[in-house]
Ligand binder design. Structure first.
Ligand code: ADP
Ligand code: ADP
Length: 234
């Protein structure tokens, strides 16, 4: 079942005579339960593509459907609700709230939705066990390593059961050991929660955790590889 459908997507910056085709007619699809990587060098259009899918940026033309809903035609008032209900985000710089503990950061969206306390606790603990952050839950972000913070951010993205998790250079601020732990955790999110993940990166090792990698350059997809079970890492 397709979760994300990107059709003839174009995003141009500038105006007549000075146009940058940041996204230049991109087409692809991400199915439920897939872990897809988008890889490309700096300036290739990754951030622009991600911003269009995350409904932060408007598109020049084309369509983006998430769970059969065309987000390019959604009204502005409905966008933040759509983001909250359907999408989870993992950013390069964690974006945790400094005044909340790890537990509170992970639980926040559920607290806002008025989910029952016992249910929140069950879900946070389950995610924390799977992502190996049980011992961080009572700590504040400043007390934690980058790797721990990013696994907390991953748990936060997962906790609402979003249709699609968007990760933007999730290992960009991590050393190689922490990157590996985060990517192992994302792999577990994908396999044990059946989370659908689209991850943007310029790093080949990070991309190697995706089951399918789309390569972009100058705003176009120019290659796609599907990973064999043993053709990655090391
Ligand atoms: P990446 O994330 O792969 O580094 P970007 O999506 O940031 O690539 O950029 C793609 C192209 O679009 C680049 O040529 C960049 O200079 C241009 N671009 C990105 N954002 C803007 C903007 N707000 N205004 C004008 N040009 C932009
Ligand atoms: P991870 O592999 O999860 O990133 P590390 O091996 O980097 O973990 O960190 C191990 C321990 O050191 C953690 O329990 C953490 O509390 C502590 N630690 C590491 N970096 C920092 C930091 N920048 N600030 C505070 N504590 C840190």
């Amino acid at each position: 079942k397709p979760i994300l459908e990107v059709e003839n997507l174009e995003k141009y910056y500038g105006n007549r005579g000075n146009i940058t085709k940041a996204v230049d007619n991109i087409n692809f699809c991400v199915n439920e339960g897939e872990f897809v990587g988008i890889m490309g060098p700096s300036g290739s259009g990754k951030t622009t593509l991600l911003n269009c899918i995350s409904t932060i940026d408007t598109v020049t033309s084309g369509h983006i459907r998430i769970n059969d809903k065309d987000i390019t035609t959604l009204k502005k008032d409905n966008l933040s609700k759509f983001r909250r209900n359907e999408l989870g985000f993992i950013f390069q710089d964690f974006n945790l709230l400094d005044t909340l503990t790890a537990y509170e950061n992970i639980a926040l969206a559920l607290t806002i939705q008025k989910v029952k306390t016992a249910e929140i606790e069950k879900r946070v603990h389950d995610a924390a066990r799977k992502l190996d952050i049980m011992d961080t839950l009572e700590k504040y972000p400043y007390q934690l390593s980058g790797g721990q913070k990013q696994r907390i951010a991953a748990a936060r993205a997962l906790i609402t059961n979003p249709s699609l998790i968007l990760a933007d250079e999730p290992t960009g601020a991590l050393d190689s050991k922490s990157s590996r732990m985060l990517l192992d955790s994302m792999e577990r999110m994908n396999q044990e929660y059946n989370a659908t993940i689209m991850m943007v990166t310029h790093d080949a090792f990070t991309a190697s955790y995706a089951q399918r990698i789309l390569f972009i350059k100058d705003g176009k997809i120019f290659n796609e590889i599907i990973r064999g079970n043993d053709s990655r890492k090391e």
